[in-house]
Ligand binder design. Structure first.
Ligand code: PGA
Length: 245
């Protein structure tokens, strides 16, 4: 695990974008795994800038998103479909046919999850998976206690996650109770992992991820077992690390 500590969120975003852009230039038909949440927004802005000003070309890229709320249609303004199109996809030149996001309205969730896993395999696997991290150590919606070998499936969101995400809804009761999420095992199959974190609220989770024992109670700790993982954090998110990097 390579841990990179930057001064600011802006630098975290730019470094993340640089690594994604390097891959897209080296392998124009690469498979990118995208994440939602506040953390990757700065990186997405930088990727949009690179597309507009430097001609970074996403036309051959295939994308898979980590997760989606169950019960929210793609046009709902808090769905992750909406988030991705608003904040990235409609501002770059991705081909809609190559965009995969879990379908929160799937009639048969189990069948959908199997199909989603199969599409990842068919695309040749994910070359680079972008990850945020929850204050509780979740990656995607793999909440504490998730099997470290899990595949794409439906998960119940914990109270702390629903509380953290209530800021996007009118109140906490509006936050969906379930999500479809790639499993921890699905994420670990990606060839490269890029985990971004910013702010003191993530410091305990980052400390556990980089220095703690591997445990399903902090699902992100499994990243220690990945052969090509980079963790990019700002100073506040790094503030509880005890080793010198
Ligand atoms: P955030 O969410 O980027 O909005 O902090 C990350 C997560 O919960 O995985």
């Amino acid at each position: 695990m390579l841990v990179r500590i930057n001064e600011t969120y802006d630098e975290v975003s730019k470094e993340g974008a640089r690594l994604v852009a390097e891959l897209v230039r080296r392998k124009p038909n690469c498979v990118l795994g995208f994440a939602t949440g506040s953390t990757p927004l700065g990186m997405y802005k930088e990727l949009i800038r690179m597309h507009k000003q430097e001609g970074l070309d996403f036309s051959k890229v295939t994308t898979f998103n980590l997760d989606e709320y169950v019960g929210l249609p793609p046009e709902h303004d808090q769905s992750y479909h909406y988030f991705m199109w608003e904040n990235l996809f409609k501002r770059i030149n991705v081909n809609q046919r190559f965009v995969y996001i879990p379908m929160g309205m799937a009639a048969d969730v189990e069948q959908f999850c199997e199909w989603y896993e199969a599409q990842i395999v068919k695309a040749g696997g994910i070359d680079l998976q972008i990850l945020g991290i929850g204050a509780n150590g979740h990656i995607a919606f793999n909440e504490p206690g998730s099997s470290l070998g899990s595949r794409t499936r439906i998960k119940t969101l914990t109270g702390s996650t629903r509380e953290a995400n209530a800021r996007f809804f009118t109140n906490q009761d509006q936050v969906p109770k379930y999500a479809i999420t790639m499993g921890v095992g699905t994420i670990m199959d990606a060839k490269t992992l890029l985990l971004l974190a910013s702010g003191e609220g993530k410091a305990a989770a980052i400390q556990a991820t980089c220095e703690g024992p591997i445990t399903a109670m902090w699902p992100a700790t499994i990243v220690q077992m990945h052969r090509q993982a980079t963790v990019i954090v700002d100073k506040p998110a790094a503030s509880k690390l005890t080793l010198k990097y």
